[in-house]
Unconditional design. Structure first.
Length: 448
């Protein structure tokens, strides 16, 4: 099978083009260094294929293949061997185009990207994107290097960037033989585009959230300076309104800063052992007064052991504060909120589950997967009326990610919602529990 019909003498050209591409790419974004290193290694391999040792590099299979008369006729440029294997496995699409704008070579990733079994020997129009095809044509006919971005429509659109680099004709190329005229390297930029869109939305949302209380403060100041100036009763009312709006802005800024801090540290799992249930009880106690204002009773379980998790105390406290606070806020006045240990499950071995259940109106199913997105609310007006920022559950999710934990949400309309926090139990606690002893070192001291 003549998969490669490119002349081997082109190997240094392709190698040089890949090396140049890798250098530009890293310059554009240092994060690209890993893939660029692969491209660099590939470039070296391609150049190496030209060296006198090239025959030694080929596998026995390859030698057998080249002994075949027909294979010799169409002697591949990128000889089977390490160079070709690397090119085929590169995690980015690589395509070689000949002088007649047909595809000479496409690696696995390129074929997968365009959803075609084999792109080889097809015209470049098989690549489907008019922008890409036009750029390839210019690369071949005008020797024009370019980069183009295009989208392949799918259930979830795939955004791609292609770099087209013309290849010089080899000085000793044979007449009438197919020759590579352009190298096309394709990278998937869908994730980067999605991140940019999320960032844009986030800035727009945060600005909007800050602008609303600011506008209302501006209005109040004008009223105080105008007709309410000599009315002490109205002045007091407006000053109270102003205070509520500044509190709201303060909460928002604090939540934004927390989120930012947690995200910066998200990859570093904290290593301090923390008595997680004690933290839960402390948070329940701290919120009891607020609960009572809404006639909400907090029903808290009693712990017989105190397992430890590796964590950051302040962040874990924030998780339980946010969840208990939400249960009080949305559970409805007069309805109890229950804090309990979740039963062990084989799906989450060696984890502790702490659940917070309210008897509120519940959350419609379609909203549940999005609740931990920043600023996502089932009802914006209800959240604002309750003093919410729309960031509480996003903070919970990021803290749990950092702690290698998880949040499970189960809700039934007209019955209520249960938010369960799952955290890995620290190894030391597990060992102590296996010995049948209390995992909390304080427990001995308390008993003594
Ligand atoms: P907020 O500051 O608005 O409470 P959160 O991020 O804490 O923001 O929660 C996001 C949204 O999830 C809330 O606006 C609310 O619509 C919904 N939600 C959270 N907890 C509950 C709950 N216990 N019961 C019903 N809805 C809830």
């Amino acid at each position: 099978m003549a998969l490669f019909t490119v002349d081997r003498r082109l190997a240094p050209c392709v190698g040089a083009a890949l090396a140049g591409f890798a250098a530009t790419w890293v310059w554009e974004d240092p994060l690209n260094v890993v893939v660029a290193a692969s491209a660099g290694a590939l470039a070296a391999a391609l150049v190496f294929l030209r060296s006198p040792q090239e025959t030694a590099l080929q596998s026995v299979d390859t030698l057998e293949e080249t002994e075949d008369d027909e294979a010799l006729e169409t002697a591949p440029a990128l000889a089977p061997g390490q160079g070709r294997a690397m090119l085929e496995r590169l995690p980015m699409g690589v395509i070689l185009i000949d002088r007649g704008s047909s595809i000479l070579f496409a690696n696995d990733k390129a074929a997968e990207t365009f959803g075609i079994q084999t792109l080889v020997d097809q015209p470049s129009t098989a690549l489907r994107s008019p922008r890409l095809i036009e750029a390839i044509d210019l690369g071949v006919s005008e020797e024009l290097a370019s980069s183009v971005q295009f989208t392949l429509p799918r259930a979830q659109d795939v955004h791609l960037r292609a770099h087209i680099r013309p290849l010089e004709s080899a000085a000793d190329s044979e007449r009438g033989k197919r020759e590579a005229a352009a190298l096309v390297v394709i990278e998937d930029v869908s994730q980067a585009i999605l991140t940019m869109a999320l960032h844009r939305d986030f800035v727009a949302n945060a600005s909007h959230e800050l602008k609303t209380p600011l506008s209302s403060i501006t209005g109040i100041i004008q009223t105080l300076l105008g007709h309410a100036r000599d009315d002490p009763e109205a002045s007091e009312r407006f000053l109270n309104l102003m205070s509520a709006q500044t509190d709201r802005m303060m909460r928002l800024v604090e939540d934004l800063l927390s989120l930012n801090r947690i995200e910066l540290n998200e990859r570093n799992a904290p290593r301090e052992p923390q008595p997680v249930l004690r933290i839960v009880f402390e948070m329940a106690d701290a919120l009891r007064e607020i609960a009572e204002q809404d006639r909400v009773t907090l029903e808290v379980f009693e712990a017989s052991t105190h397992p430890f998790v590796l964590g950051n105390r302040e962040e874990l406290a924030q998780v339980f504060r946010n969840l208990i606070d939400n249960a009080i806020k949305y559970g409805g006045p007069g309805n109890p909120v229950t804090i309990a240990l979740a039963p062990d499950t084989p799906e989450r071995p060696e984890m502790i589950g702490i659940s917070i259940t309210d008897r509120g109106p519940g959350i419609p199913r379609e909203h549940i997967p999005r609740l931990t997105e920043r600023f996502y609310r089932v009802s914006v007006s209800r959240s604002r009326e309750k003093g919410g920022t729309g960031l509480g559950l996003a903070i919970v999710k990021h803290v749990l990610n950092r702690h290698r934990g998880d949040l499970e949400i189960v809700s039934t309309l007209d019955e209520g919602s249960t938010f369960t926090v799952w955290l890995p139990i620290a190894e030391q606690s597990r060992r102590t529990a296996d010995d049948g002893a209390n995992a909390d070192p304080d427990a001995d001291a308390n008993a003594a």
